[in-house]
Every structure is written in structure tokens, then in C-alpha cells.
Design a protein around this ligand. Structure first.
Ligand code: LRH
Ligand code: MN
Ligand code: MN
Length: 388
């Protein structure tokens, strides 16, 4: 197996984008619990996200969700972010919270509603031009609840048409990523339910249209690392929304529910050339912190990704290939498990210190007093965006 010192330099390349909405209050349809100190503005969300980067050096950018993060002046927001040591990242569109979209957005039968949804994406591209963002992320709630309710084929054709109009608008340096999800809020069919549909749609558009894989958007038992492998093989994996789940789209802390699955995914990322700044694969979180504090929740998440990335990098790939080629089933499996079971926490702590970072970022944040300060200073936090 490789030694930690062999792989340490590769860890410097790691960047995990944080979602602005993770810092707002969120919950279930039963109850949203408020957390003292919750941000009231996009600026306060960015300031909180910057804390995560300050203690971990893992999260240099923050994703926006429009209109949840709507401001008058996006150039000023960009300057504000830069002053806090972070960049503005992916711009997420939102066509799932208006009455007009009850029966769909980019797939809607009514051309005026389709155009409204397309125009919203044009507005997001305008935002990207001001924030310097590279990626436009599209997730659609479009779907139906009952067999016969909608013409599945017609909706797919209209989707292709709408996406083409949006794609034609993005700049040379910009990209579009199309996220899939197998159900919710629609319960019978979803218009972009799986990687195959997303792939078919983006492949028809061109090079700068790619698939976004949200780890919580698959049926239980799905082999997600296989999908990662296939999309990398096809050159179409644009980004990840990382989170973890026990049941459905739970949006829990990545690596919390199934650390082994996170390891397997990251192994395929590394194996397929999807790791590192030049890979074109953006690592993002898409999580909600319903009952835990949000800043340490995000910190725990990026540290989990870092730990599993280190373990994935430790796999002895030469020995693995030899075992695979020799038909050594148990030998090959043991090589994977050796890396997975390696506790890298001590090595990571020492490595952080060698780079001027706290050995234990969670403890350093807790000792900083920031949480107490925002709890005292801010009153009346917003609701993540889920309604704000
Ligand atoms: C949909 C989703 C998508 C949205 C986000 C808030 O479930 O994963 O990425 O933009 O949640
Ligand atoms: Mn997502
Ligand atoms: Mn989701």
C-alpha cells in the first residue's frame, strides 16, 4: 500500500464547493427548527462558508441558488466573497417553487411557461457573468404523479428544445450541468430521473454540457461508483452534489451514513481521472443541517471527503491490477479493504499543522467564539431558501 507521505501532495489539490443554502435553516415538511445565529442575507451565508475554508483550506468557493441568493449587485457580492477569502461558484437555477410550475417548467406544455423557465436560466447566466462563475446547475422538479397524467415523450422533446436554448446562451468559458433525481417531488415519473436521461440530453447539446451526480438521488442499492466510472469514461461527469442518505434524499452529512460507499466513489473518481483541479469534475456539497450547527456540519463534511480521498489515494493500484489480472478475487478485494481500513486521521492532523492549519479544525472553530458571536449578533435567520 502507498504511504501517506506519497499521497500528501495530491491532497493539496482538493477543493469542495459549499452550498449557500446549507447555512440557512432547513427542515422537513413537519418542522423547521431555527438555529441561533442563522444568516439573514446572502452575505452572511458567504461569511459563514468562509469560516469553513479558514479552518480547513478545503472549500474555496460557495454555490449560489437563485432566487434564494438574489441581490441587487452581484459584482459587489463577488467582491464581498473575495474579501472573505472565497470565490462565488456554481449558480443553481430554481424552477420548483412557483405556482406556474405546478405541471412543469422546461417541459411544460404551455410555451409561455416554458419561456418563463428559460428566461430564468438566462437571468442565472447573467448572474454568472457578474460573479465569474463557471457552472450553471439545472435540477428540475418536473414530472407527474399518475399514469396517463402527462405525455412522457412530448415532455422529453420539449426538454431537449428548452435545454438547447439555454445552452446556446452560455459563454465559451461556462458550462451547464444537468442533475438527475429518481423521484420527489413527482412520484410517478420524473423528467430527468437517471444518469442515462441526463447523459442523453447533455450529449445532444455539446462539450460544455455535462451530468451532475447527486449522491442522494438514487434508488437504494444502486451502485453509484459504477455510474461515476461510466460518466468519467464517457467524459461527461461535470460535478458532484455530495451528501448521504439512509432512506431517500436525506441530504445528511456526506460520509455519515455509508463511509465505505464514499470511499468506493472516490476510488473510481481517482481511477477515472476525475480528481484534481484540471479534471473538470467539480466537487460540491448539497446538504441541509436540520438539527446540528451548520458551520461545524459543513466542516465535518469536507473533512469526511478529505479523509476518504486520502484512503482512496492509498490504494496500491499496481498490486490491484496484478491481482485482478491474475483472477485473485480475495487478493484484489484485500487491497481495496487495506486502504479503506487505514486510519488517516493522525497523518492528516500532522499534515494540516505542517501547512499552518489547525490539526483539529472542528476544535479550533469551536474555540474561536464565532458561533457565540453570530448567535448574539443575528436575530431572525432565513429559512435556507426553502421558502425564503
Ligand atoms: C434537489 C436538489 C437540487 C436542488 C437542491 C436544493 O433535491 O438536490 O440540487 O438545487 O436539492
Ligand atoms: Mn442536489
Ligand atoms: Mn437533492
Amino acid at each position: 500500500m502507498a504511504q501517506f507521505s506519497d499521497i500528501a501532495s495530491r491532497l493539496e489539490e482538493q477543493a469542495i464547493e459549499l452550498p449557500s443554502w446549507a447555512f440557512g435553516n432547513s427542515g422537513t415538511r413537519f418542522k423547521v427548527f431555527g438555529t441561533p445565529g442563522t444568516p439573514r442575507t446572502p452575505e452572511e451565508k458567504i461569511a459563514d462558508a468562509a469560516q469553513v475554508n479558514k479552518y480547513t483550506a478545503l472549500s474555496p468557493s460557495v454555490a449560489l441558488h437563485i432566487p434564494w441568493d438574489k441581490v441587487e449587485d452581484y459584482s459587489a457580492l463577488r467582491t464581498f466573497a473575495n474579501e472573505h477569502g472565497v470565490e462565488l461558484g456554481t449558480v443553481n437555477s430554481n424552477t420548483f417553487q412557483e405556482d406556474d410550475y405546478k405541471f412543469g417548467s422546461l417541459t411544460h406544455v404551455d410555451p409561455t411557461i416554458r419561456q418563463k423557465a428559460i428566461d430564468h436560466h438566462f437571468e442565472c447566466i447573467d448572474v454568472m457573468d457578474q460573479t465569474g462563475s463557471r457552472d450553471l446547475k439545472i435540477w428540475l422538479a418536473d414530472g407527474s404523479n399518475y399514469p396517463g397524467q402527462a405525455d412522457l415523450r412530448g415532455r422529453q422533446d420539449r426538454l431537449a428544445d428548452s435545454l438547447q436554448k439555454i445552452y446556446d446562451r452560455i459563454g465559451e468559458e461556462q458550462r451547464m450541468v444537468l442533475e438527475y433525481k429518481f423521484f420527489e417531488p413527482a412520484f410517478y415519473h420524473t423528467d430527468v430521473p437517471d444518469w442515462g436521461t441526463s447523459y442523453a440530453q447533455v450529449a445532444a447539446l455539446g462539450e460544455r454540457a455535462l451530468v451532475c451526480l447527486d449522491t442522494g438521488h438514487h434508488a437504494p442499492g444502486t451502485n453509484i461508483e459504477f455510474i461515476v466510472m461510466q460518466l468519467l469514461r464517457l467524459g461527461k461527469l461535470g460535478s458532484f452534489d455530495f451528501n448521504s442518505r439512509f432512506y431517500a434524499d436525506d441530504d445528511l452529512i456526506v460520509g455519515a451514513a455509508d463511509p465505505f460507499q464514499l470511499f468506493r466513489i472516490l476510488y473510481e473518481v481517482v481511477r477515472g481521472g476525475g480528481y484534481g483541479a484540471d479534471s473538470g469534475v467539480a466537487f460540491m456539497l448539497d446538504q441541509c443541517h436540520n438539527v446540528e450547527d451548520k458551520i461545524p456540519g459543513q466542516m465535518r463534511s469536507v473533512l469526511n471527503v478529505q479523509e476518504m480521498t486520502a484512503r482512496a489515494l492509498l490504494v496500491d493500484t499496481d498490486a490491484l491490477t496484478a491481482a485482478q489480472d491474475a483472477g485473485d478475487v480475495l487478493g484484489a478485494n484485500a487491497i481495496m479493504m487495506d486502504a479503506f481500513y487505514t486510519d488517516v486521521r493522525g497523518d492528516l492532523a500532522a499534515w494540516r499543522e505542517s501547512r499552518g492549519l489547525p490539526a483539529d479544525p472542528m476544535a479550533a472553530y469551536a474555540a474561536s467564539g464565532y458561533q457565540q458571536k453570530i448567535a448574539a449578533d443575528r436575530v431572525g435567520g432565513v429559512q435556507a431558501g426553502w421558502g425564503a
